[in-house]
Design a protein around this ligand. Sequence first.
Ligand SMILES: Cc1cc2nc3c(=O)[nH]c(=O)nc-3n(C[C@H](O)[C@H](O)[C@H](O)COP(=O)(O)OP(=O)(O)OC[C@H]3O[C@@H](n4cnc5c(N)ncnc54)[C@H](O)[C@@H]3O)c2cc1C
Length: 463
Amino acid sequence: MTRTSGGIDALRTAMTGTVLVPGDPEYDEARTVWNGDIDRYPAVVARCTGAPDVAAAIAYAESAGLEVAVRGGAHGYWGAAVPEGGMMIDLSLLNGVVVDPDARLARCGGGATLADLDAATQQHGLAVTGGTISHTGVGGLTLGGGMGWLTRKCGLTIDNLVSAEVVLADGRRVRASESQEPDLFWALRGGGGNFGVVTEFEFRLYEVGPVVHLGLFFYDLDRAADALRLGRDVLGGLPRDAGGMLVALNAPPAPFVPQEHHFAPGVAVLVAGFAGEGAHDALIAPVRERLVPLFELVTPIPYTELQKMLDDAAPWGIRNYTKALMLDELTDEAIDVVAGRLPEKVSPMTIVPIFPLGGAYADVGDDDTAFGGSRSARWAFNMDAIAPDAETLAADRVWVRSLWDDMRPFARDSGSYVNFMAEYEEDRVLASYGAAKYARLAAVKAEYDPGNVLHLNANIKPS
Ligand SMILES: Cc1cc2nc3c(=O)[nH]c(=O)nc-3n(C[C@H](O)[C@H](O)[C@H](O)COP(=O)(O)OP(=O)(O)OC[C@H]3O[C@@H](n4cnc5c(N)ncnc54)[C@H](O)[C@@H]3O)c2cc1C
């Protein structure tokens, strides 16, 4: 392990990558994270180019008494990637992706974005489950679980993790897989950034696209409850070769939206088909038969474009506050609550995306990975306050919190998918994992990071 006990110049000498401190030209850009509501000033940003740089940065932080945060794609809702006055280990330069099409495997740097991963894998007509906004980081998304259009076909992103190269808190570099460091490998799959800094992920890939099929059906707010019921019935019964999203939103000013409906509030039912045009047409026919949409978009679409389709709904620098629940069922009563509260949201950007689970997601046992959500849950129910200014965000933060309170009785517990939390609520981290899984995670934490060096995350305290 590289020890750097001198000043910042010693760290600069020890690292191949760049070291930034306040006043350096690139410092402000480097400390900026996706959520524009976060404005913190780290003492040091270490832009790492590989595992030795990460080890040097951790060692420096230890010697200088700095808290350590890790930046993958900088999309963590509460800005865990950027510590006030601490060491920001910035992995954004580690964004390379190497694909082995014959073995159907991809190796991806710990700071890659989903767009980086998709672009490389789609050159071979391959993909692995990612999120629905392409500028999100593979790092944080994977370590918490990772759900998106492919969840029902391929499971969570972690269900397809084959191995990971990890720099531990003591600077050691290890590879974790089913056969190497198996406890660490288990904990990495859902336990977040608690156990080490992942400099490389290795994923199993599937044949997807390169052209897939989209069906988007938009309904006005007056029919929100009917549209949510329709979406529940259609998306809840999708075959594995299709994905979906049910989302309350305002219609974007996109070319496919008739001008008179730009910014109209309502509900969209989205179906992504991965089994060809005929199968897709059969899936979406019942949607418009049951409820005629205000407008629709049914089209073939490159998978990489599907992955980017919602990017503008959550651009860099926007302000956000998010809460979520895992639901076993989306009952009529729950739907009536959501529909009744939608007219009260203030920001046109605020959305309620509801992800259907099931399919390959449910093939994996609750204890097979450290994922903080039940595999029998059928819906990830998300409430996303999104606003361009602090005042509007404040209003919708109140709205999200009160909708969460209203929806809580429909969930088994107050637990969530840890990646869908905008503040670190210790009791909810515990509730998400459940006591037994949390205890197992705490034991792994005690083995791999007994000093809780990596604590700026959905923190698991070492047992
Ligand atoms: C606009 C938006 C859309 C999203 N959509 C989805 C979605 O569709 N599906 C979904 O599952 N999630 C989604 N998420 C949630 C997302 O998975 C989390 O916010 C995730 O933490 C983002 O990872 P990141 O690397 O970009 O973030 P960062 O802020 O860089 O990191 C978040 C946490 O992960 C840790 N971390 C990141 N990379 C590493 C690494 N290589 N090694 C060790 N620790 C690391 C950090 O320490 C930090 O605690 C979305 C988030 C946003 C903001």
